[in-house]
Design a binder for this molecule. Structure first.
Ligand code: SAH
Ligand code: SF4
Ligand code: F3S
Length: 444
């Protein structure tokens, strides 16, 4: 390889939106002649794609950026950039730009296509603070380098209009904007032609797709994606319970390539707290969606997000959450301690919950969910289904892992299978909370 080729290293924090944005930045850089570096030390350009959804993400980032000062002192030509959601908070990016003099570039979530211009200015000796507005038009046609060659994220919409009172996303990702269905389908067709078999449609609230641009609605979009030859699995996230329609549940049942999994954040099991969160549903509505999904979509699994210690959450509210988790039986759950985000409504609410109480509630909730995960796993003894192979056990590469259509992960003897391939796997036992199985051969 040409020794003069410049190299990039991108460190990504946060959700799939950021993962996808990093793929686009990689594509833009590749077009500029860069190649991927395998470590920050080897790179000429280091980019941090940041998240600010919880405090934890910020602290980690600060430590990592601070640590790069040494690298920059040793090799001053290294360009260091920070982008993504956290930088989209103007006061944070300005403070950041002033404080970390070894950072050459700060930019937000909407200027990926302008990256080459910023780099040109930096090579002319400037530092660049280029955070732009959050409601920019959808830009099509940005090149990208995808992380995987069998499974792809496809954005269907950007931003969020929901303003859940705890959440910073609407402030850093702007108003909801849907991509045109023709553009989405064109992208998916070309992915299928390139050999991709699994597609995950991405949006903060995919169920409201098409609301803003008068395009087809989400169930119809799913049906059209289902018609793309070559695809085997269509996934989507995230679903908001307030917009999850019966029509969508029917579309999941009717379209054979649409996977039987829904990530459906419940956030709380207390109606009082759900109201304070501005979620626009109550527990009754939530459980009725779950019931309908289970009676309509075969072997469906439901995963969720839950926040503990939202302002004003009493022991009784928390007990409601525990009871809901006990009753619903999620396949798995991401659980979080409420983290006040500057500028959000909940950050200014009275009755903020002490850290120790949040920690104690989180511990109880996790213990319950671990038990529920295990209980749920028990029903898989003897279950047979197709698995998409995602990787190999880091300690034993003869063991592969992958997911059933409903998102349940299973480990099994690899038998020569490669990442991206499909195998029929029968689950046998539950070990350390995960499913163990074996590849099923036709004549077994
Ligand atoms: N758009 C998605 C989720 C976005 S953020 C949705 O609406 O479901 C992912 C998860 O982070 C949320 O579901 C929520 O559980 C959690 N989260 C968001 N803001 C938070 C905060 N301030 N403190 C703790 N958890 C938070
Ligand atoms: Fe945040 Fe709510 Fe929007 Fe999800 S729906 S991104 S939790 S404001
Ligand atoms: Fe974080 Fe931005 Fe996603 S704040 S969770 S990376 S939309």
């Amino acid at each position: 390889m040409d020794e003069n080729t410049r190299k990039y290293y991108i460190e990504t924090y946060g959700c799939q939106m950021n993962v996808r944005d990093s793929e686009l930045m990689a594509g833009v850089l590749r077009k500029e002649g860069y190649t991927a570096a395998s470590s920050p030390e080897e790179a000429d350009l280091i980019l941090f794609n940041t998240c600010c959804v919880r405090d934890h993400a910020e602290k980690r980032l600060m430590g990592n950026i601070g640590a790069l000062k040494e690298l920059k002192d040793e090799k001053p030509s290294t360009v260091i950039g920070v982008c993504g959601c956290m930088m989209q908070q103007k006061e944070v990016s300005d403070r950041f730009f002033r404080r970390f003099r070894h950072v050459d570039l700060v930019m937000g979530t909407n200027s990926i296509a302008s990256l080459p211009d910023y780099l040109m200015r930096i090579s002319a000796g400037y530092r660049v603070n280029a955070v732009t507005g959050i409601n920019e038009d959808v830009v099509e046609g940005i090149p990208s380098v995808r992380n995987l060659s069998h499974s792809a994220f496809v954005n269907i919409m950007y931003g969020c209009n929901n303003f859940c009172t705890y959440c910073i996303v609407p402030y850093v990702r702007g108003r909801e904007r849907s991509r045109r269905s023709e553009d989405i389908l064109r992208e998916i067709r070309s992915l299928a032609d390139a050999g991709y078999t699994e597609i995950t449609l991405l949006g903060q609230n995919v169920n409201s797709y098409g609301n803003t641009n008068g395009d087809i609605r989400f169930p119809e979009l799913l049906a059209r994606v289902n018609g793309v030859d070559g695809l085997k699995r269509i996934r989507f996230m995230t679903s908001h319970p307030k917009d999850l329609s019966d029509r969508l549940i029917d579309a999941m049942a009717e379209n054979s390539r649409v996977c039987n999994h829904v990530h459906l954040p419940m956030q709380s099991g207390s109606d009082r707290i759900l109201k304070k969160m501005n979620r626009h549903y109550d527990l009754n509505r939530y459980t009725s969606i779950v019931d309908r999904l289970r009676s309509t979509v075969k072997d469906v699994e439901i995963t969720t997000d839950i926040i503990v210690g939202f302002p004003g959450e009493t022991e009784e509210d928390f007990t409601d959450t525990m009871a809901a988790v006990e009753r619903i039986g999620f396949a798995s759950a991401f659980t979080f301690k409420y983290s006040p985000r500057p500028g959000t409504a909940a950050a200014g609410m009275e009755d903020q919950i002490p850290e120790a109480v949040k920690a104690e509630r989180l511990k109880r909730l996790n213990a319950l969910q671990n038990r529920k995960t295990k209980e749920n796993n028990e029903k898989y003894a003897g279950y047979t289904g197709e698995v998409l192979i995602e990787g190999f056990d880091s300690k034993n590469s003869s063991v592969a892992f992958g997911k059933y259509t409903n998102f349940k992960m299973v480990y099994f003897d690899r038998e020569g299978a490669e990442i991206g391939q499909y195998r029929t796997v029968t689950a046998d036992t539950v070990r350390n909370n995960s499913l163990r199985g074996h590849i099923q051969h036709d004549n077994d």
